[in-house]
Write a protein that binds this ligand. Structure first.
Ligand code: FDA
Length: 397
């Protein structure tokens, strides 16, 4: 038996459910299919269980994409405040944490309930635990073969997300389907992911495991991120490093300013005026957590035992360089196992920025994380899920 709908959506995550609700409200009959046993599991684990559902500072510049203009239209037409209005209408409240990040006070389950309530109220049908097989397109109809039989529709929306966290059911489905319909894929890589190191650096970072400090950090081709860095048993994590990881490529260096916004020369001049006999190592101990200060004191460019009064100009330049431009080359990242998102994906060159529709296959749409649009840490990825889903739903014929 083949069931026919106006629109089939593959993937019952943030983007798929949101798109389904908006399409249903426009009078479309909608079938969402997913291989998982429960919908929107990534929403559930997001934001440490509180779902950082948007960021009020959302700008196109907060997204990585081969075409930096692609996300502009969808983001402008569905803003963080549009989603906040929806959250408020469901009687939910939020708290702004740092940097415009909005977290749901009622926890992430309440956001899933919002998505499901709206989807069901709009008349959508959700079928879970379904393996998706062949997808074909003929006579302006898509046919989706599944373990639960065949479904047909004139619109097919692909919202199966990226490759991060395979144990949660992440798959390359969207990329394979895109290739099947001759769409290009921007090479994928784990993003928002901790860095790993080997050898001496790994050992010294393991000794510092649990130590955190504010830094300015950047990859060779990315912007500066002023956030916290965390030392771990395997390397470096914390928001600053997760952000940098999205821009990092293998063999490239990461540059870290351990005293962000401060001039080492000025700090040393003040300290020298107040306590000229103080050893440099003692000064470091006043600036950094003890274990980190100890390690920095052992760096070759740091004359740790010298008194502040005896530091030469060259010493001060070397100290400023070591602390302000600490360059290290990660061995790799923790990979798909822990990456929060996938950078790269379905090439936006083949999609309409207004509707997310394929430029070559009418009725085929890609939304959410499977598209080559990757948000920064802090609610941007859900905002892209909502905005791309809304753009698509508004265009479905
Ligand atoms: P999503 O991955 O949510 O959904 C895809 C759906 O497709 C899933 O239900 C999956 O089962 C299904 N699927 C996949 N392959 C399939 C196949 N072959 N057949 C059938 N179904 C298939 N973002 C943010 O903005 N704020 C936050 O707080 C967080 N926190 C966070 C924490 C952690 C630990 C992770 C891993 C990620 C985040 N994110 C986040 C990122 C955010 O979760 C992510 O960007 C969105 O969930 C993407 O939504 P999508 O709907 O595109 O994909």
């Amino acid at each position: 038996m083949t069931r026919t709908f106006d629109t089939i959506i593959l993937g019952a995550g943030a983007a798929g459910l949101f798109c389904g609700a908006r399409a249903g409200e426009r009078g479309q009959s909608v079938q969402v299919l997913d291989h998982a046993a429960k919908p929107a599991e990534k929403v559930r684990i997001s934001g440490g269980g509180r779902c950082n559902f948007t960021n009020i500072h959302t700008r196109p510049a907060n997204f990585i994409c081969e075409n930096p203009h692609f996300a502009k239209s969808a983001l402008a037409r569905y803003t963080p405040w549009d989603f906040c209005d929806r959250v408020a209408r469901h009687g939910l409240t939020w708290t702004e944490k740092t940097l415009g990040q909005l977290f749901c006070d009622q926890r992430s389950g309440a956001i899933i309930k919002l998505l499901m309530d709206e989807f069901e109220a709009a008349g959508g049908t959700l079928t879970l635990s379904t393996t998706i097989g062949a997808v074909t397109h003929a006579d302006s109809q898509f046919v989706v073969e599944t373990s639960a039989g065949a479904y047909t529709a004139r619109n097919l929306v692909v919202a199966t997300g990226g490759l991060s966290i395979p144990k949660m059911g992440a798959s390359a489905f969207a990329y394979d389907l895109a290739r099947q319909f001759d769409h290009a894929i921007v090479p994928t890589r784990p993003a928002l992911v901790p860095f790993t190191f080997s050898g001496q650096l790994k050992e010294s970072f393991a000794d510092l495991s649990g130590v955190a400090c504010p830094v300015d950090a950047k990859a060779e081709r990315g912007p500066d991120f002023h956030e916290a860095m965390l030392f771990t048993h395997r390397g470096l994590s914390g928001p600053a490093m997760l952000q940098v990881s999205s821009y990092w490529r293998e063999t490239e260096a990461v540059e870290i300013d351990l005293l962000p916004g401060q001039s080492v020369a000025d700090l040393l001049a003040d300290a020298k005026a107040a306590a000229p006999k103080q050893a440099l190592s003692t000064w470091l101990g006043g600036l950094f957590p003890a274990r980190l200060a100890q390690q920095i004191a052992a760096w070759p460019s740091i004359p740790a035992t010298k008194q502040l009064a005896n530091l030469s100009k060259q010493d001060i330049t070397a100290i400023a360089d070591a602390l302000g431009h600490w360059k290290i080359v990660p061995t790799g990242t923790e990979g798909w196992r822990t990456a929060e998102v996938t950078a790269g994906g379905v090439d936006t060159d083949g999609l309409s920025s207004k509707s997310m529709e394929s430029k070559t296959v009418p009725g085929l749409y890609f939304i959410g994380e499977c598209v080559d649009v990757t948000g920064w840490l802090g609610g941007y990825n859900f905002q892209w899920a909502w905005a791309s889903a809304a753009a698509c739903a508004g265009a479905l014929a």
